[in-house]
Unconditional design. Sequence first.
Lengths: 142, 286
Amino acid sequence: MDRKARVARLVEHVENPLHKGVLDGAQVVMPGGSPECGGSVTVYLKGDGDGCIEGLSWTGQGDTISMGSTSIALERVLGEDLTMDEVLDFDYEALLQEIGRDVIGSRTRNATMGLSTLKSAVRKYRRNRLADDGQPSKVESV
Amino acid sequence: MEQEIQQKGYAYPEALVSTEWVVANLEDTENVRIVESDEDVLLYEIGHVPSSVKIDWVEDLNDPLMRDYLDPEHFANLMTEKGITPDTTVVFYGDKNNWWATYALWVFRLFGHEKVVVMDGGRVKWEAENRTMTQDIPSFPKAEYPVPGRDDQKIRAFKEDVEKHIGKAMVDVRSPGEYKGELLHMPDYPQEGALRGGHIPGAANVPWARAVREDGTFKSADELRGIYEGEAGLQQGEDVIAYCRIGERSSHTWFVLKYLLGYENVRNYDGSWTEWGNLVRAPIER
């Protein structure tokens, strides 16, 4: 896929985003990015209580890279049925390579905004679960 | 064409050109260079004004290592590559009401490039008027551009300048939420860019986009005076410093105050809140 095609793929994901919308019954609603400057996303997450994702969606506004990359990242997560552990292990570099380093340039933060917000959502989900179970919250590695 | 701009009563109406003027001068690539500079960095690839070149503020105008703008040699090289000579009229336009276009223009002015103008209405107006956009990347002969000096004194403010300026005319062009420090207090909100929220003591709050109309064009001089002088209390002749988060939105306000309202001494504090809000013992108001 050449650079032009990689740009076109991102544009396609912006014009027809996947998994976009508010998720009813989400247990975690996690904001990311900066709405005032550069774009922002909100990730909605529902877990099945057993380490798997039962529901996942996102909303947001921002540039082509951040919005397109968020759609691509969440499609990967849901398409490959990743567990929460696997989401936390999802390598940012792999995502950047897939989208195209030559397209992203220096806008790495924009490209990983959705994935990093999803990871924050997973961590929050786990902290909440521990709190609900009456256990002291663990310090999680980033 | 330019009558509409003239009628807005600006101090320097020649700092703006209309979309019609750009259409009329598209072929004059020897004397005019159209530059697109966007927040959404892929917009140029998706489609741009014919014969325009892209200048990415991050990739092209910044020092790659230190938080600063590029040095004079790199600026001269960039001009050579884009086919721009010291005599070229550079027309800036972009998305978000020409926000990044005015930032690029401000950097060009650091290096003393004289002929800089903004296409009033920017990308959104060009599109709304259904004008031609292309994906063709133009190629221009390399131009001669002597290495210029870079003057950071006239239009750029540093932390030390701001410290001395507290109590004098200052404009914070961020949103009211950022100005009040509220955005950093929302639960779960990622701490974006600063450890503390609020504003520099004494700064008035005029969100940058108040300077433009729905169609992306700048408001008239009277309307702008009503905002910056009537509401925010600025006075002609004052030495003003504008800031935001990294100096990008405030360059838009710098352009408005300097070229449209004719304030002689306006400086952009590009360190802005990412510097001030992280600075040990910097005074803050909420």
